[in-house]
Design a protein around this ligand. Structure first.
Ligand code: Z5A
Length: 224
């Protein structure tokens, strides 16, 4: 049994956390998860995130988002995200996928391209190489890109709580990140599906459910 990796991507405040919770509730309450488990196609549903999906990752997340002792250089930041990913893939994602888990993951390789590549301006071929090293070639089966203008997402995130190190970065940085996600979606239309993340959460959840219903049918030969 081989599991599936579904990634949620987007700028700050695009609603990834909210929509992962909606997706989990829908999979459980609709009976879809139970059906997939009874058929032996899915072992379990797992929610995770980057950075911070492992014990080591939690420490790296704390450094990446909240460290203030000294400025983290752009290349150091890139390597810390890569280290978090290498640990996450090898110690967490791969074993779960091998046992057949359906995994919902908040951010993955496209975030590094968008933030460290487009946002920070680091060399994209270096980022591709590092992503390859960190993942061992593991790609998402589906990436849901929650597309919302950078300023709308930032306003949502800023209303919520204290800002972390990256949220404090200037709006133009987040606009470059948004441009990065847009170009990634244009380059990988099979893997990345665009979701209009501007409306109310329920309308966004509806779009996601429609896509997932099609994907789950294709992957597991289920009837809608
Ligand atoms: N990062 C990187 O640079 N490179 C990498 O390789 C990786 C990550 C993997 C992770 O921080 C940071 O690491 C992130 C990128 C960088 N940059 N920052 N900062 P994080 O995990 O803490 O932050 P995040 O991923 O950006 O999550 P977030 O700010 O929590 O946003 P979200 O999960 O997409 O949104 P949310 O929590 O669901 O919603 C945010 C608020 O908006 C909340 O109050 C909701 O109630 C509200 N909301 C949600 N949906 C709506 C709608 N539809 N309408 C109105 N309001 C809404």
């Amino acid at each position: 049994m081989q599991g599936k990796l579904i990634v949620f991507e987007g700028v700050e405040g695009s609603g990834k956390t909210t929509q992962m919770a909606h997706t989990q509730d829908w999979l459980i309450q609709s009976g879809i998860l139970q059906q997939l488990q009874q058929q032996g196609w899915v072992s379990q549903l797992v929610l995770t995130r980057e950075p911070g999906g492992t014990m080591l990752g939690k420490t790296l997340r704390q450094i990446l988002l909240h460290s203030s002792e000294e400025a983290i250089t752009d290349r150091t930041e890139l390597l810390l995200y890569a280290a978090d990913r290498a640990q996450h893939v090898t110690a967490f994602l791969q074993p779960l996928l091998e046992e057949g888990a359906l995994i919902l993951c908040d951010r993955y390789t496209d975030s590094t391209v968008a933030y460290q590549g487009y946002g920070r301006g680091l060399d994209r071929s270096l980022i591709d190489q590092l992503n390859q090293i960190a993942t061992g070639g593991l790609q998402s089966d589906l990436t849901l890109w929650l597309d919302v203008p950078a300023d709308v997402g930032l306003n949502r995130a800023r209303q919520r709580a204290a800002q972390d190190r990256i949220e404090q970065t200037h709006l133009s940085f987040h606009q470059r990140v948004q441009q990065g996600f847009t170009e990634l979606w244009q380059r990988h239309p099979q893997r990345i599906m665009r979701i209009d993340a501007s409306p109310e959460p329920e309308a966004i959840a509806q779009q996601i459910q429609e896509i997932l219903q099609q994907k789950l049918s294709a992957w597991y030969c289920t009837k809608d």
